[in-house]
Design a protein around this ligand. Structure first.
Ligand SMILES: Cc1cc2nc3c(=O)[nH]c(=O)nc-3n(C[C@H](O)[C@H](O)[C@H](O)COP(=O)(O)OP(=O)(O)OC[C@H]3O[C@@H](n4cnc5c(N)ncnc54)[C@H](O)[C@@H]3O)c2cc1C
Length: 487
């Protein structure tokens, strides 16, 4: 996959996708697999934002049973199955435990939930490799819970044991989705920012963009534009100078910590936060991940500019305090933290900064011709990594109607991702890596569990420098930037 800006500028496309997170990548792949011509751009690297910073859980839907939301349970089961089928090299089943407490989460209630979940997910393993099949759930005793969660002294008569899935590397999934889209004919480029829209007769006919590596501006022409810019969706719509009303969402910062040690082997645990206040009872997840632990999630309102997302030390202290309340034996301090992952999520508007953000539960798929009388623009704003493929499928079905084009049936749930090579030079030559951070954090997994030490950053930068003709000041600049993956 090569960054071909001449092709981007010279080819009229059916669709331009703005944003190369999981949503933009899945939409571009869906479009290309179904026979549409498509371009996808990101102002940074692919998967440089929220999609890199999730808790990595590919949800199976048990949580939605509590809300009796059967449609969402089925949606999650389908999507977990699809991800296990297309990316078995990056996703594996994850056994999860949640203590049984009180009445609503008693053993009897959770048994009913686990059984209902098994029935609703009867087809969960269709087409999934034998070693990636998701087992049934069950209820276990308090003694078994303590055996599986060494050191757990919190409440619980026993536990529900069910299965979700976990991604080893959410960044590589996105890069491989982009590769899959490229192999199916998509034109893809990172470091190309949308700066405005091209319009003709009250219809959008493409986007004005800027190459962030050379600062040169050019146009991409297409019959439709899909805004898949995640937390930046409203910022993209603002470029239409008030012709389109902003979408009704505020932003919440979500944050997880990668802990240096594996707190619990094998099982993920959903343990209720015991801190008094609005978070009491909210499940904190402790997930074994690449020999370490991913733990969270802490949420707060984000009221600064969307580009100014930076978790503070105080946020880390709050997150650790919530985790310690859920699992006091962990005694976590900032010294236990190897890396912080943080991203912005859409939440319900109109809540005060002091209250807890209420995350949006449903994706938005908006045809701006219907909503704002601006033709040629769709916004797809998702709320979960897990369901991006499903939203992409719906988005491209809508796009095909608008383009009045017959397209092939969707094959994105069964077409395997390319299972790429994680060699440094391969990333530079064949996967569009432009910076040291691209290689370290989004191609090779070198920085997945901790920020690499200076010797590793230096050696990696030196290797890249030979191919990319970096001089000494550029190498130093790349290393400085790679020390803060959230900057
Ligand atoms: C802490 C946390 C934990 C989470 N845990 C889970 C989980 O366990 N499971 C789960 O399913 N989901 C989880 N989520 C939710 C999930 O991560 C998000 O729903 C998903 O990643 C959003 O993807 P996206 O593509 O919409 O956004 P993003 O990944 O943010 O992508 C948007 C892209 O648009 C680009 N862009 C912005 N402006 C422009 C422009 N002008 N021109 C070009 N490109 C532009 C950005 O650079 C960015 O790359 C979690 C989220 C957070 C924050």
């Amino acid at each position: 996959m090569q960054r071909d800006l001449k092709q981007l500028a010279d080819t009229p496309f059916d669709i331009t996708v703005i944003g190369g997170g999981i949503y933009g990548a899945a939409i571009a792949r869906e479009a290309a697999l179904r026979g549409l011509t498509v371009a996808v751009i990101d102002k940074g690297d692919f998967c440089c934002a929220t999609s890199a910073n999730s808790l990595k859980i590919i949800h199976g839907g048990l949580r939605y049973l509590q809300q009796a939301d059967i449609i969402r349970v089925r949606e999650s089961v389908r999507e977990r199955r699809a991800m296990l089928r297309i990316a078995p090299h990056l996703i594996r089943p994850l056994p999860c435990l949640m203590p049984t407490t009180g009445v609503l989460k008693s053993k009897a209630a959770m048994l009913a939930g686990v059984l209902a979940n098994d029935i609703l997910s009867a087809d969960r393993n269709r087409g999934v490799d034998a070693d990636h099949r998701v087992p049934r759930g069950k209820i276990i005793s308090r003694r078994e819970l303590e055996k599986r969660l060494p050191g757990y002294r919190g409440p619980g008569t026993g536990a529900a044991l069910w299965n979700d899935a976990v991604a080893n590397d959410t960044e590589r999934i996105v890069v491989e989705m982009v590769q899959s889209a490229t192999s199916a004919g998509a034109c893809t480029a990172n470091y190309v920012a949308c700066r405005g829209f091209l319009t003709k007769n009250n219809r959008i006919t493409g986007v004005r963009v800027q190459d962030m590596l050379t600062q040169e501006a050019f146009d991409i022409r297409s019959k439709l534009v899909i805004n898949a810019a995640g937390p930046w969706s409203n910022q993209i719509l603002e470029k239409l100078d008030g012709e389109v009303a902003p979408l009704p969402y505020d932003l919440a910062l979500g944050m997880n910590a990668v802990l240096k040690q594996e707190l619990i082997p094998t099982y993920a645990a959903g343990l209720p936060c015991q801190e008094p206040g609005p978070d009491k009872g909210r499940l904190m997840f402790i997930v074994p991940w690449r020999g370490t632990t991913m733990a969270g999630t802490f949420y707060r309102h984000h009221t600064d500019a969307v580009d100014a997302m930076q978790p503070t030390d105080a946020d880390t202290v709050r997150l650790l305090s919530q985790l310690n309340s859920a699992m006091p034996s962990a005694q976590l301090t900032p010294d236990h933290v190897a890396r912080i992952h943080a991203g912005l999520l859409p939440c319900k508007p109109g809540h005060s900064a002091e209250s807890d953000p209420k995350l949006l539960r449903h994706y938005m798929l908006i045809d701006h011709a219907q909503r704002d009388s601006v033709d040629g623009l769709i916004t797809a704003l998702g709320v979960k990594y897990t369901t991006a493929r499903d939203v992409a499928d719906r988005t491209i079905s809508l796009a095909a109607c608008k383009l009045d084009k017959a397209i092939r049936p969707s094959s994105s749930a069964t077409t395997p991702l390319p299972c790429g090579n994680t060699d440094i030079l391969h990333a530079v030559r064949n996967e569009m890596a432009q910076t040291l951070s691209d290689v370290v954090y989004r191609r090779t997994g070198l920085g997945a569990t901790s920020i690499p030490d200076d010797a590793t950053l230096q050696a990696t930068a030196n290797t890249m420098a030979e191919t990319l003709s970096w001089d000494a000041p550029r190498i130093a600049e790349e290393i400085a930037r790679a020390r803060n993956p959230l900057a």
